[in-house]
Design a protein around this ligand. Structure first.
Ligand SMILES: NC(=O)c1ccc[n+]([C@@H]2O[C@H](COP(=O)([O-])OP(=O)(O)OC[C@H]3O[C@@H](n4cnc5c(N)ncnc54)[C@H](O)[C@@H]3O)[C@@H](O)[C@H]2O)c1
Length: 260
């Protein structure tokens, strides 16, 4: 899929990996729709990107768990010339709890269900509605109508103690990627996912310095946290390489999470 003159919808595009992706794809000539529940940061990103003769940047405020909100974001992309790329970044951990706490208290069920809702159900809601809009468009070269990129996590492969909710949600995204790619193959829509390790975004702003240093020290090479621009560069590759489909790529400097 060519990015130049395409429109990309980025959920969670107001911050971190999503904002870096919006900047990168816009820089490559794509118009972007930033869809996020944080209106202040979303408006800021699109005003920073601005409008050129060839590209636009539009912000839509809303929640990926709302079908109405997501359809508004998709309609905004359709108005910009058709939805060709979706990057589903909205998500994150809601808290850390063990299946059974040190005090023998069972894991809070609402925390588990909310984490699955935000990460797995939210990503699926985005994908199913975006696929309907993409399928209605004319195919481009190779019969391609669109590309969806999910965001998992290496916690979906080797979640640490306390990550049972987040790790399960991200494992669901890893599992969904190949199935969605198969489901959407007949419409010319590819589906890939990125499983990041530890990437330095705003999500880590409140983490203690010692925790970040400990993550850094465990990354074999390069011995540092990832940069959001490295994530955005991988999105570009997953979108533009037409033979990549149904694939989950780890982006982690070869780290493998320890149990704790
Ligand atoms: N940063 C990392 O180290 C890392 C590692 C692995 C996976 N991830 C995943 O990457 C994605 C982005 O993470 P990030 O580090 O950029 O986080 P971030 O907190 O900087 O950005 C997440 C954005 O998603 C938005 N959002 C959250 N819930 C939403 C909802 N229901 N509807 C609409 N928007 C919503 C937030 O407002 C925020 O702007 C998440 O899915 C996260 O789980 C991040």
């Amino acid at each position: 899929m060519e990015l130049d003159q395409s429109t990309a919808l980025i959920t969670g595009g107001a911050s971190g990996l999503g904002a870096a992706t919006a900047r990168h794809l816009h820089g490559l000539g794509a118009s972007v729709v930033v869809f996020d529940r944080d209106a202040a940061k979303g408006e800021q990103i699109v005003s920073e990107l601005g409008e050129t003769a060839r590209t636009k940047a539009v912000f839509v405020a809303g929640d990926v768990l709302s079908t109405d909100d997501t359809e508004r974001a998709i309609a905004a992309a359709t108005e910009l010339g058709g939805l060709r790329v979706v990057v589903a970044c909205a998500g994150g951990a809601r808290g850390v709890q063990r299946t059974l706490g040190r005090d023998d208290q069972p894991h809070d069920l609402d925390l588990f269900a909310d984490t699955i809702q935000l990460n797995l159900v939210g990503s699926f809601n985005t994908a199913r509605l975006a696929a309907a809009a993409m399928a209605a468009q004319e195919p481009r070269d190779d019969g391609e109508r669109g590309v969806i990129v999910f965001v998992a996590s290496i916690a979906g492969y080797e979640g640490q103690i306390g990550q049972v909710a987040y790790g399960s949600a991200k494992a669901g995204i890893i599992g969904m990627t190949l199935i969605a790619a198969r489901d959407l193959a007949s419409r010319g829509i590819r589906v890939n996912a990125i499983a990041p390790g530890t990437i330095r975004t705003e999500a880590w702003d409140l983490a203690p310095a010692e925790m970040l240093e400990s993550f850094e020290s465990k990354v074999p090479f390069p011995r540092r946290l990832g940069d959001p621009s490295e994530f955005a560069a991988l999105v570009e590759h997953l979108v533009t390489n037409r033979y990549l489909n149904g694939h989950v790529v780890r982006l982690d400097g070869a780290i493998r999470f320890d149990p704790r």
